[in-house]
Write a protein that binds this ligand. Structure first.
Ligand code: IMP
Length: 426
């Protein structure tokens, strides 16, 4: 079985939890985009594990692969590998020779670019993601394989510095000694991680030919995709299922199943249009502890948005849906779902792309009643779907009817055992 798991909103849909839940069925888990901007929390028997680079499936699979499409902060990677090995001693880690390296200079540039954007800032995670992808596409980027060679590192750091001198002029990197220190540091990080370096596209294709089950784990969500998200309030990589091919060297034609994860409501960190946002009421944010895993920033929170969800289902070609945080949403007395986008009095059938259109959007909603707290409900854990409150089933089945997709996984709490499946994945 070859599957890919994707986020269908603005990131933070709870992919980590769902990936961890299904990853026991897979031999390899592969990440193919993004870097430390992602943050996923996996809770097992009350213990919390937070990762940014290592895929969330790492706790239960045999092998994790960090593909060429990723941008990797080597210092963060070293600390995550240590943490992972403490809990999964047998894990095999492979990192693509072609993955790009995020340096401290890239993180500086991320903040600098945001300050120049001023009011139009994106609200990035400051993890150096944008500037590292900029260097990749400018063909000056540092790749994993370069960490073994100081003269290549020197050459590349100096080229990046010369190209971005204007942005770097009031930073410590204006000083050549500081740049040399960074080169030494990158080289020493390389000494620790190069043993994991691998021609991962060959490994993944060989594993496929040998009948292994592979799970591709997407980072962020469809609405942050550089092409299909709400540009420019997006990340710098493609975050849709098709990106697995360019980000790992494995053909999308061999994928059996696309699993789309969405939260029962919507959340977003960073700036930009958010049609279904709930303004001036933090109840849902507080109930759902909606604070960024990477930045700690309070997330913006809103109702479930069906036009948005239908769009990302289409772009990702989703086969099966997973819904998260249904327990949280049910604690509200009244719940809403956005059913239609209207512009100048008419329903629009496309997903808006112009920022001015978002200002003029009118939304239509459908209201639902809350289903109350389901904490410690052993009946649900034992009996599954049939024991869910009727009002919750009404909410879930309405989404299924509207999207024409089955919601096969329902997450009702952060622990692994608080997950029920409807038909598959048992
Ligand atoms: P960047 O990826 O750090 O450049 O940030 C670009 C935008 O994507 C910002 O609005 C971030 O808040 C958002 N973003 C990036 N990664 C994630 C994620 O994993 N979850 C939620 N938002 C994210």
């Amino acid at each position: 079985m070859i599957s890919v798991i994707m986020g269908l909103q603005f990131g933070d849909e709870g992919k980590g939890k769902i990936t961890d839940f299904i990853s026991k069925n897979y031999d390899n888990v592969v990440r193919f985009n993004g870097g430390s901007n992602a943050g996923h929390t996996v809770v097992i028997n009350g213990n919390k594990f937070k990762f940014h680079l290592i895929p969330s499936g790492a706790m239960q699979s045999n092998t994790v692969i960090l593909g060429n499409g990723m941008v990797i902060d080597p210092e963060e990677l070293i600390s995550e590998i240590k943490l992972l090995k403490e809990s999964n001693k047998k894990i095999i880690i492979k990192i693509s020779t072609g993955a790009h390296i995020v340096t401290k200079m890239h993180k500086f540039l991320d903040k600098k670019e945001e300050s120049i954007r001023s009011k139009l800032n994106i609200g990035t995670t400051s993890q150096g993601i944008g500037p590292t992808y900029e260097d990749k596409y400018a063909r000056t980027g540092i790749r994993m394989m370069d960490l073994s060679n100081k003269s290549i590192l020197k050459n590349k750091i100096e080229t990046i510095y010369n190209m971005k001198m204007e942005l770097l002029k009031d930073s410590l990197y204006n000083n050549e000694n500081e740049r040399n220190r960074m080169i030494d540091e990158l080289y020493s990080f390389g000494q620790e991680i190069l043993k994991y370096m691998d021609y991962t596209e060959i490994t993944i294709n060989n594993d496929y030919n040998n009948g292994k089950n592979i799970l591709f784990e997407g980072a962020q969500g469809g609405m942050l995709d550089i092409d299909f998200g709400i540009y420019p309030f997006v990340t710098s990589s493609n975050t849709i299922s098709g990106a697995l091919s360019t980000g790992s060297g494995f053909s999308y034609r061999k994928v059996d199943k696309v699993i789309g994860v969405f939260k029962a409501y919507t959340s977003k960190v960073g700036a930009g249009p958010f049609p279904s946002e709930i303004i001036n009421d933090n109840t849902l944010r507080d109930l759902g502890s909606e604070y960024g895993t990477t930045t700690g920033r309070p997330r913006r929170v809103g109702w479930l948005d069906l036009p948005l969800l239908k769009y990302t289902i289409m772009i990702n070609d989703v086969d099966s849906l997973a819904i998260t945080k249904v327990d949280i949403l049910g604690k509200l007395n009244k719940i809403k779902i956005v059913t239609k986008y209207m512009l100048n009095g008419e329903e629009i059938i496309y997903f808006p792309k112009r920022l001015e259109e978002f200002d003029k959007l009118e939304l239509e909603y459908k209201e639902f009643e809350g289903w109350g707290s389901i904490e410690n409900n052993e009946d649900i854990i034992n009996k599954g779907y049939s024991a869910l409150p009727e009002k919750m089933k009404r909410y879930i089945e309405f989404i299924e009817d509207e999207t024409h997709k089955n919601i096969d996984i329902i997450s009702l709490g952060e622990d692994r055992k608080m997950t029920i499946t409807k038909q598959i994945f048992n």
